[in-house]
Design a protein around this ligand. Structure first.
Ligand SMILES: [Zn+2]
Length: 453
């Protein structure tokens, strides 16, 4: 809608009316009776004890597998070839008999991944794969309602109630790309939502964004971490704090964040980042509770953690909800670090605790000696007055640091190079490039690590 001629050529009041009408339509579809049922259910499962959660997982896994065996050609073939019959399943461990599902399998299988018994709505989505082809994912209405319910539960953990004011700072193109003056946002009254463009947010426009946010006074921001961070760093550099009174939390997703970044947001806005980790395939989700801890949501899907031998684990997930296109033991290529299994969070939930999210396994750079080095974002955390940054590797043996500094702030380039060398070795050539803002991806995300070799 945002790129359509009627939208782009309309005055702001008309754009806001169009957004609001769409918002009303969307909330009546998404937040109707089916959604309310799902929300009530996910509210009730969040405090189940471990044994009850395991029983729920076994029942849901079995439901997915029995359905897949009866209706999805790819799994019919796969289960037959190994002599696996899910109807007799009595423990979650039995799932290990089934081979893991790879992206390649899904590409090659095409429509054989879809249920033949499905009737009704189908929604298409594509994964925003960083490398290679984008993959088509089909969803049914039930899975969309479930996802919304889990999304809402995350917002409730951040202090939001249905009907509260929300601000949204993500990659939606609500404002034409060429626009250079405020407003860089639109009001969607159908959802009581202030929709702000992440594309137009920069050091130069940050004050205008903050003034609008303080006037609208949302309870929760739903935002890319990079957008919240830019505002937090701008506030700190200006020697002031955010003045909105209602804010209870930031619900962020889509980019990995560090402890230092959480600290900056807490300092500037006085609230926690409730970071959400999900994926287009919807076979794993991790939410952040009121204690600021990541929980692997065991009522969302069944997730196996495959240790990589360095304390981290790779995620393999089985979906509970999308019967149109079920995912069974899908290896996503993402890496997380689980907390000790006996660790109990003070929030009282039994969902396993995750110490931190490493992110995509292929988000690494290559050291001159061939090592794959993850977590390069740590290097950026140590640069004073940095608004945002990116580590790029476009050729072997060289890193390019693309840095946007607070207005007029000095940059000790030699110190930055020393930090990088301490991290990855002094053979690595380091180039520093100062920019006004770091270029975003097609959907407005900031990718902190980009490797093109
Ligand atoms: Zn917790």
């Amino acid at each position: 809608m945002y790129t359509s001629a009627p939208y782009l050529n309309s005055p702001i009041w008309m754009q806001e009316l169009m957004l609001s009408v769409r918002g009303w339509a969307r909330s009546s579809l998404r937040e109707g009776a089916a959604f309310k049922r799902e929300l009530a259910e996910v509210q009730s499962t969040q405090f189940l004890e471990r044994e009850a959660l395991q029983a729920l997982q076994l029942a849901r896994v079995k439901r997915t597998l029995v359905h897949a065996a009866a209706n999805v050609p790819f799994y019919q073939q796969r289960f037959k070839s190994i002599g696996f019959d899910p109807r007799g399943m009595s423990s979650l461990d039995e799932i290990k008999q089934i081979p893991e599902l790879s992206k390649r399998d899904v590409f090659d299988a095409g429509n054989a991944m879809l249920s033949r018994s499905h009737r009704g709505m189908r929604v298409r989505a594509t994964t925003s794969g960083t490398t290679g082809q984008a993959m088509l994912v089909m969803r049914d209405l039930h899975s969309i309602n479930r996802e919304n319910a889990f999304g809402w539960r995350q917002m409730q953990w951040a202090g939001m109630k249905v009907g509260d004011r929300r601000a949204w700072i993500r990659g939606d193109k609500v404002v034409p790309a060429a626009q250079r003056v405020a407003p860089f946002w639109r009001h969607n009254r159908g959802e009581n939502l202030l929709m702000m463009s992440s594309y137009h947010l920069s050091e130069a426009t940050a004050d205008a964004y903050l003034a609008e946010l303080e006037a609208f006074d949302p309870v929760v921001f739903v935002a890319y971490p990079s957008a919240v961070l830019l505002l937090a760093r701008h506030l700190i550099a200006s020697g002031r704090k955010y003045r909105g009174r209602s804010l209870t939390g930031m619900v962020t997703s889509s980019e990995t964040i560090t402890d230092e970044q959480r600290r900056l947001v807490k300092e500037a806005f006085g609230v926690l980042m409730f970071d959400w980790y999900g994926c287009c395939e919807r076979m794993v989700a991790i939410g952040t509770c009121e204690q600021g801890r990541y929980h692997l949501l065991s009522d969302y899907s069944y997730t196996e953690l495959m240790p990589r031998g360095d304390g981290s684990s790779e995620v393999v997930g089985t979906s509970f909800d999308n019967m149109l296109m079920p995912w069974v033991r899908y290896r996503l290529g993402d890496e997380i670090v689980p907390a000790a299994p006996e660790f109990r969070c003070e929030c009282g939930r039994s969902f396993p605790v995750i110490s931190h999210l490493v992110g995509r396994i292929d988000d690494y750079v290559l050291a001159p000696d061939g090592r794959q080095v993850n977590m390069m974002s740590n290097v950026l955390d140590n640069i004073p007055h940095l608004l945002e940054g990116q580590v790029r590797q476009d050729k072997p043996g060289e890193l390019r640091l693309v840095l946007a500094m607070a207005d007029g702030a000095p940059l000790d380039e030699a110190d930055v190079v020393r930090t990088v060398h301490a991290y990855i070795g002094s053979e690595m050539a380091v180039r520093i490039e100062r920019v006004a803002s770091v270029p975003r991806t097609g959907n407005g995300k900031l990718r902190v690590v980009v490797r093109t070799i």
